[in-house]
Design a protein around this ligand. Sequence first.
Ligand SMILES: C[S@@+](CC[C@H](N)C(=O)[O-])C[C@H]1O[C@@H](n2cnc3c(N)ncnc32)[C@H](O)[C@@H]1O
Length: 296
Amino acid sequence: MHISVLSKEVLQGLSLSESDIVVDCTINGGGHSALISKQLGDQGILIGIDLDANALSVSRERLSAATCRVILKEGNYARLDEFLSEEHIEKADKYLFDLGLSSQQLDSSMRGFSFRFDEPLLMTFVPSPGSGDLTAREIVNDWEEESIADIIFGYGEERFARHIASKIVEARKKKTIETTGELVSIIKSATPHWYQHKRKHFATKTFQALRITVNNEMENVKEGVRKAIARTNEKGRVVVITFHSIEDRIVKNIFKEAAKDGEGVIITKKPIQPADSEIRENPRARSAKLRIFEKA
Ligand SMILES: C[S@@+](CC[C@H](N)C(=O)[O-])C[C@H]1O[C@@H](n2cnc3c(N)ncnc32)[C@H](O)[C@@H]1O
């Protein structure tokens, strides 16, 4: 089960009214949305977006008894303006972005998000990537060594990025790299012994960097959050939870620019972080940061 992060703080931050139009841009299995739906009346509308059709099916089931109107959209939240227009909605009242991936996707999607299992190297949020969709397999087998090193360093902040990229290129000359298991062995061969015995698994940062690149996560955040602010009603709110320092900086800067342009105010001068008790119960919450913007 995916445990929703910062649930109490999300509900407080959204400051819901019964008749709100709420957009959960990353609904997944509907953890946060189930709580949101309980605070909406029959005039309220909950729109849930996700790239993962499997996760949307779980949400559909979970929200089947909700009293508010529930609309689910399969696709990228960077297209939230199109999704609203499809429903003839100009502006919504509240938005939630809970970025990254869910525990289910990590543990049981069979798409290679985790270094703990030997799975095909996909790492896509869409369950069955098409020929136009970038996959981790394509990055490690087709990209230039320098570009691979750049993303592992840039998005993973991995100190052994250059060495790992070099070993990837060496390995693929012998055989196409197909699985997460093969990639983990390559990363192992590129890192020193002491690094392999640290608390954080030695493949964590490389896997994170590949996933961020495959799903174009940083660009999507920029586009999604900017569009959300533009399409929020007066006194409406945009609530964003990030799990990565670059992502958090992007959100912080978008909020700052919007405030400077007179579009609204930043409610969280400093990001809200989980209490120790939440981190103990759900270690995944450790790096979560929540920021809130209120439209003028
Ligand atoms: C951390 S989970 C959300 C969990 C959810 N808030 C809950 O409490 O159950 C993040 C979700 O965002 C989705 N996602 C990531 N990037 C997306 C994008 N650009 N557009 C739509 N969904 C996206 C992932 O597929 C995943 O289901």
